[in-house]
Design a protein around this ligand. Structure first.
Ligand code: ADP
Length: 784
């Protein structure tokens, strides 16, 4: 129950632990910054900064310094420090940044028994604060500078957050000689966990201990965002109240945030006593303005923390906080990389057949990515699962609840759903909290027909109390038996009974990224299938047309063979001797089979063009052209033809062998279908910006930003009506033997090869004057 501010027992005047501490019922209302009391082993003197007038002193001043409060209040600091001491302090305050930054002055011999004291001074909004602490008599102090330096070097070698915290605990323990040093980490919900521990061997382990958020009250957390260390050398020690309790200038209690002597809350000292702890030293671990955790040191007996030890610990706490961000980020990076690697490998399997279920087997599966107990993939009304997941009927019901949550939008934020307490939003899940208290789900479509879900067990399920199970609360103080680690752990267990570890930002991002990858995959597979379909459809059409033509053309020589064979047979049956005519028939059969062989070869070659994989590279067309011409072989003397290349050809991205074939085909046609006395074939190109009369013909297709290559001849030309036909398979415009014969497949194949490069092949011609075949070797740019 919250206490209203006006009902506070100390509403009439400043708070004092001594007077009001035990009445505290709600730790969140305790004014820990202005406790009104200090730990009695030292003396606190508050003074006005302008004139160094003493305004408040702790009530034990007479006992420790030998001067009573009444003799000090309203007096200058010289009354307690002497002239020289006060002058030194003044110089100190003028030259050092003492604001909220305790500074350790030199040891000063004071008091009745000539005790030596360390002086620690700092200032805040209300004035100066001077702390007197008895110093060790022998003056032999270890070299803390070297120790801290060594600690810092060791911390730098940590490879994980856990190891880093372990090193930090080891080093603090080494510096302080404390019996137990633990690193507490605060989870997002404020609850804590002991993630590292260094302890005396005979003490039982507290590693793995969890405790609820309210175990460390809000005011304490706030103060730890400002101070680096909190010493409590004697948890059972007496308290000394400030005299007067209210500061005469402000009328309020003295702000002791940065005082080493600041008195501790009764709740805290009781808690320590219940644990059998005589002294404590706490260091704060901060990260980006947040209290990341604490390093808590305990000693079974009371033990002093000399200022050198505290200074060393302060430095260590600051270093730890500075490095923590880096170590944590590195660990997150590694986790991110691990999640992504697992997702990508599993996804590569999905890519093969589009089956999302391949994310669940074989290894690596979804279990190797985002940390979870189990995962499931929903596709085509079916679940495939890996690890610990709810039973199939539970999954089916869960799907019905989950899908509407994810089906409203395709926006990223709405295609992901995450909870670490499923049964609170979906009560049916209470039945299987041990496997699915946490749920992270992504949907791949607006209708949520494809889902990927990760499940996490209840966290209490995964955490065991690391201490001695039979250990019972030892002491029952005024606040009951609750203030013990075991009771805390039990409380914590209760509070997280049906809760999982929270899903981190990195994990949500990894899930969303997986979603993007899956969606890309689905889309690209759909596109692939679409393209494949239309390719199939067009190749079917082509095949039909082709089969018709091919069978027709192949039948022609077959019919000839049949006719000649039949006649021969007749001659033989008639008992006719095999005369010259019979021989002619046999020759015709041979010729026809050779022709058929040629047709079949051409057919095979043509069908291969459709399947072959191009191997495009940057090729110098001049070299390709030389090879093509070589392949044409020596020309017969009566068909000499000059090959012209007006200017060197460019370099182009293409498949060398195929481009050579295109050239060979076009050039050989240019030579072949030529009846001129002076034959020539010209090979050239036209750049996108160039204009030429060659291209003016009306049948020039639209080609944007492409280099156009051409092969031109002064041959017989092709009539307009035949221009489309010449590209048909086995199509010849002449009798079989005319112009050196041919299968009629050359241009068909050449056009195919050009098209495989993404280009076009077309021609213009003037009958009797010559033809020009044009082609491009890449897809034409859209628009323009
Ligand atoms: P082939 O040369 O084996 O007959 P092609 O497919 O290369 O087969 O050519 C088909 C037909 O187109 C040829 O038979 C010919 O009639 C005509 N042709 C091809 N190139 C030319 C050309 N440069 N000039 C005139 N006619 C040509």
């Amino acid at each position: 129950m919250e206490t209203g501010l006006n009902d506070l027992p100390w509403s009439a005047g400043p708070y004092s632990i001594k007077r009001h501490g035990v009445q505290i019922t709600n730790c969140n209302s305790e004014p820990v910054q202005t406790p009104g009391c200090i730990q009695s082993h030292g003396v606190l003197v508050a003074f006005r900064l302008v004139d160094l007038e003493i305004q408040q002193v702790s009530e034990n001043v007479g006992r420790l310094l030998g001067i009573e409060a009444d003799d000090l209040l309203g007096k200058p600091l010289t009354a307690v420090l002497g002239d020289a001491g006060a002058r030194r302090l003044q110089a100190f305050l003028g030259s050092e940044p003492t604001e909220r930054n305790p500074l350790y002055c030199q040891t000063q011999a004071l008091g009745t028994a000539n005790t030596a004291f360390h002086l620690i001074v700092h200032s805040n909004d209300s004035g100066g604060l001077l702390e007197f602490e008895p110093s060790a008599a022998d003056g032999s102090e270890p070299d803390f500078y070297s120790l801290v330096k060594k600690s810092i070097v060791r911390l730098q070698g940590a490879t994980s957050v856990q190891e880093f915290c372990q090193f930090a605990c080891d080093e603090v323990r080494q510096l302080t000689g404390l019996d137990r040093v633990m690193a507490y980490f605060f989870h997002e919900d404020g609850s804590g966990e002991v993630i590292a521990e260094a302890r005396r061997e005979d003490l039982h382990a507290w590693l793995g201990l969890h405790y609820p958020a309210h175990d460390i009250p809000q005011p304490a957390r706030e103060i730890f965002k400002r101070i680096w260390i909190r010493p409590l050398p004697d948890a059972a020690g007496a308290l000394s109240e400030m005299v007067p309790l209210a500061n005469p200038d402000t009328g309020r209690g003295l702000d002791m945030t940065y005082c080493g002597l600041r008195g501790a809350s009764v709740m805290y000292t009781e808690y320590l006593r219940n644990m059998g702890v005589g002294a404590s030293l706490t260091l704060s671990m901060r990260h980006a303005g947040r209290l990341w955790g604490l390093i808590a040191g305990h000693h079974v007996t009371a033990t002093p923390f000399p200022w050198q030890v505290r200074a060393a610990c302060e430095l260590l706490a600051q270093t730890v906080s500075m490095q923590l961000a880096y170590v944590e980020e590195r660990e997150h990076e590694r986790y991110r990389a691990r999640m992504q690697a697992a997702h990508l490998t599993a996804l590569a399997r999905v890519a093969r057949n589009g089956e999302l279920s391949r994310l669940t087997q074989p290894s690596p599966t979804l279990l190797d990515g985002i940390q979870c107990g189990g995962a499931a993939v929903y596709q085509q009304d079916e679940w495939s699962t890996v690890g610990d997941v709810p039973g199939s009927s539970d999954l089916a019901e869960l799907t019905a609840w989950l899908r509407p949550l994810l089906s409203s939008s395709t926006a990223d934020s709405q295609s992901l759903y995450a909870t670490d307490r499923l049964s609170e939003v979906y009560p049916a899940a209470a039945g299987y909290a041990e496997v699915a208290s946490g749920l992270l789900a992504i949907s791949m479509s607006r209708t949520a027909r494809q889902l990927i879900v990760w499940f996490r067990p209840a966290v209490a399920q995964t955490v065991a109390w690391a201490g001695n199970p039979s250990e019972a609360p030892t002491v029952t103080g005024p606040h009951g038996p609750r203030l013990t680690p075991r009771a805390s752990f039990a409380l914590w267990q209760e509070s997280v009974a049906a809760r999982s570890l929270a899903w981190s930002t990195a994990e949500r991002e990894a899930a969303l990224y997986l979603r993007t990858l899956v969606m890309d995959l689905v889309v690209s597979r759909a596109e692939e299938l679409g393209a494949l379909n239309s390719e199939l459809a067009s190749s079917n059409e082509e095949l039909d047309a082709f089969a018709y033509v091919a069978s027709h053309d192949l039948k022609e020589p077959l019919r000839g063979i049949h006719r000649h064979a039949a006649l021969l047979k007749k001659d033989i049956q008639a008992g006719r001797a095999l005369d010259a005519q019979a021989l002619e028939r046999l020759e015709a059969v041979t010729r026809l089979t050779v022709r058929m062989d040629g047709l079949l070869d051409a057919l095979l070659q043509f069908s291969r063009v459709g399947r072959l994989e191009l191997q495009p590279q940057m090729e110098d067309l001049n070299a390709v052209l030389v090879e093509s011409i070589e392949m044409l072989g020596t020309q017969p003397a009566d068909a000499r033809c000059s090959i012209r290349v007006p200017r060197p050809l460019p370099t182009v991205l293409g498949d060398r062998v195929r481009i050579r074939e295109i050239f060979t085909n076009l050039i050989s046609n240019g030579i072949k279908y030529n009846d001129k006395a002076e034959r020539w074939v010209e090979i050239g190109y036209i750049e996108p910006h160039e204009t030429t009369s060659l291209l003016l013909a009306s049948d020039t297709p639209t080609v944007r930003n492409q280099t156009i290559y051409y092969v031109r001849d002064n041959g017989i030309g092709i009539a307009v009506k035949h221009r489309a036909q010449v590209f048909g398979i086995f199509k010849r415009l002449h009798t079989r033997e005319a112009f050196g014969g041919g299968s009629g497949a050359g241009l068909t194949i050449a056009r195919r090869l050009v098209e495989r490069h993404g280009g076009l092949l077309w021609l213009t011609s003037a009958l009797g004057e010559g033809s020009t075949f044009f082609f491009t070797l890449a897809a034409s740019e859209a628009g323009g």
